[in-house]
Design a protein around this ligand. Structure first.
Ligand code: NDP
Ligand code: BG6
Length: 520
């Protein structure tokens, strides 16, 4: 059983469990684990990683014996660390008493160690502290009573800037690996972006390969773990109506759009060096696009899905500067940490062309922007204009059937179509059939797991299905390298300045029209 099935099995008591699947869940729960959150003082750790761990604990999805250890340079006492962890914990379901009790129990299992990321000495001290002070306590409190005496597995979650990945991994591999001889594994979760371009990715990959075998590496792209993204394959391939229409003969264009209504918010140090293309398009949006456009995989298993995605990535034509519109919000250069003459894009939109039988000629727009008018991530598939105009009034002729999938903030699926109003007038209008998750699955939607919960749970049980393969990342960089080089040449291409909170320099529909008119 995969970890994701483990997650749904345990959280859905109505499912009948196969004995073998139950066994996987139980086996994993028996195995003690220490999750080391490296960069525990940072934004990602505070907002996503630690709350996700708590939520897994709340739902009894963590091993019976576990500890969460924060590692960062900041000098924090364990009490200070616990207090910063606790301020971000949320219980989605259950009563207050239960939530408070679970929070207390979780915090008791949180510890903190201050050290430099690249210092072998600090990691050796950490290893000693962990194996002498923390792990024996874990064994006494839980596992000993169940007769299992194994050294805990160690899952290192790297929530640090990419600039310190390499030195950190090298030092962990030399100083803080779990003792294999006592049956313990070591795994590492690495956050995107993986490098800045093909060259730096390959250097990082070679270095990492010297420290860890491929199967110990979990390259996370949390968009793949979002419930609506994880559902895309089923929506597409589980429904004849969509599966049969999923090609250039029926589909006119596809949009994959990411909009945020806030700016870089204290992350300028990282963001200015990377920009929106590397932050969102090269990974999150390309992953979503590849799931939308891949040929049907042979099976739902990791290897087949990854193969189908990779084949699709090889059918995409590499992107050039001419395929892009880039923008920057007007207040960006006055953000703390941003150089006054920065040309870093906070908005980028491009047309992706897929050169295969299924998609040749269909524009796929990827658009991402910070500091726009709303926070929304969606996919919009527009079908061709209907060839039969007999039943459509002139003013609706440019309307299309669209299949809209809102990934966040209001997970929903909508199909727009033309119909008559039921009154005497019987006007022809465009309307929609919709499935809004919070309404149709009200109980389940209340407890919808965050992407990080699913992915961390998968890493704990050793399921790499939803993690990104080396081959996919290499190809993703190959696709973006030419555009990045051309946009960042000396002098760089100037981004279009757009007002904070606006719709940005171009709408996806306008970009599609421009492309169709041969103006790109
Ligand atoms: P932060 O800037 O908050 O950095 C995390 C921690 O790393 C800091 O608390 C700091 O801890 C340490 N740190 C910061 N800058 C440096 C530096 N120059 N050298 C050494 N250590 C430093 O980053 P985030 O938490 O936002 O992101 C971490 C990783 O996660 C990045 O790779 C990012 O791309 C990725 N990511 C972030 C998301 C988010 O929502 N924030 C979402 C998805 C991915 P201390 O000083 O205590 O050592
Ligand atoms: C991260 C980016 O990968 O994703 C951030 O580094 C962005 O810039 C974030 O804000 C968005 O994630 P989510 O899950 O909030 O949509």
């Amino acid at each position: 059983a995969s970890a994701s099935s483990a997650l749904s099995l345990v959280s859905n008591p109505n499912l009948s469990l196969l004995d073998s699947e139950l066994q996987v869940v139980e086996d994993c729960k028996e195995f003690p684990v220490v999750v080391v959150v490296v960069g525990a003082s940072g934004d990602l750790a505070r907002k996503k990683t630690l709350p996700a761990l708590f939520s897994l604990f709340y739902h009894n999805l963590l091993p019976l014996s576990f500890a969460v250890v924060g590692y960062a340079r900041s000098k924090l006492s364990v009490e200070e660390f616990r207090s910063s962890v606790s301020s971000n914990l949320v219980c989605r379901v259950g009563d207050r008493e239960c939530c408070e009790a679970k929070t207390r129990a979780f915090l008791e299992r949180c510890f903190y160690f201050s050290g430099q990321y690249g210092s072998l000495e600090d990691w050796l001290n950490f290893d000693r502290w962990l194996s002498e002070d923390i792990e024996p306590r874990m064994n006494q409190s839980d596992t000993a009573t169940r007769g299992a005496r194994r050294a805990p597995g160690r899952l290192f979650y790297l929530a640090i800037p990419p600039s310190v990945f390499a030195e950190t991994l090298r030092s962990i591999s030399r100083g803080a690996m779990a003792p294999e001889e006592l049956g313990a594994w070591t795994r590492v979760i690495v956050e995107k972006p993986f490098g800045r371009d093909s060259e730096s990715y390959m250097a990082l990959r070679d270095l990492v390969a010297e420290c860890f075998p491929e199967e110990a590496l979990y390259r996370i792209d949390h968009y793949v773990g979002k419930p609506l993204v994880a559902n895309l394959t089923t929506l597409r391939l589980g429904n004849f109506v969509f599966d049969a229409l999923w090609n250039r003969h029926c589909i006119e264009s596809v949009q994959v759009v990411f909009k945020e209504d806030f700016g870089v918010e204290g992350r300028a140090g990282y963001f200015d060096a990377y920009g929106i293309i590397r932050d969102i398009l090269q990974n999150h949006l390309l992953q979503v696009l590849s799931i939308i456009a891949m040929d049907p995989p042979a099976s739902p298993h990791a290897a087949d899905i990854n193969e189908a995605k990779l084949r699709l990535l090889y059918d995409i034509k590499p992107l050039h500067a001419k395929d892009f519109i880039i923008g920057q919000y007007d207040r960006y250069r006055s953000e703390r940490g941003v150089p006054k003459d920065s040309c870093t894009a906070t908005f980028a939109a491009c047309v992706v062309q897929i050169d295969n039988e299924r998609w040749r000629g269909v524009p796929f727009v990827m658009l991402a922007g910070k500091a726009l008018d709303e926070r929304k991530v969606y996919v919009k598939v527009a079908f061709h204009e209907t060839p039969n105009h007999t039943f459509i009034p002139e003013e609706l002729r440019d309307k299309r059937n669209t299949f809209y999938i809102e990934i966040q903030p209001r997970p929903a699926v909508e199909l727009s179509f033309i119909t008559k109003t039921p009154d005497l007038e019987g006007r022809v209008v465009q309307t929609k059939l919709d499935l809004v998750y919070n309404e149709s699955f009200s109980a389940e939607a209340q407890d919808m797991p965050d992407a990080y919960e699913r992915l961390i749970s998968d890493a704990i049980v050793g399921d790499r299905t939803l993690f990104i393969s080396d081959a996919q990342i290499s190809r993703a960089w190959e696709l973006f390298d030419p555009a990045l080089k051309e946009l960042e040449r000396d002098p760089p291409v100037q981004p279009v300045i757009y007002p904070y909170g606006s719709k940005g320099p171009i709408l996806p529909e306008t970009l599609i029209k421009k492309y169709m008119a041969g103006r790109m």
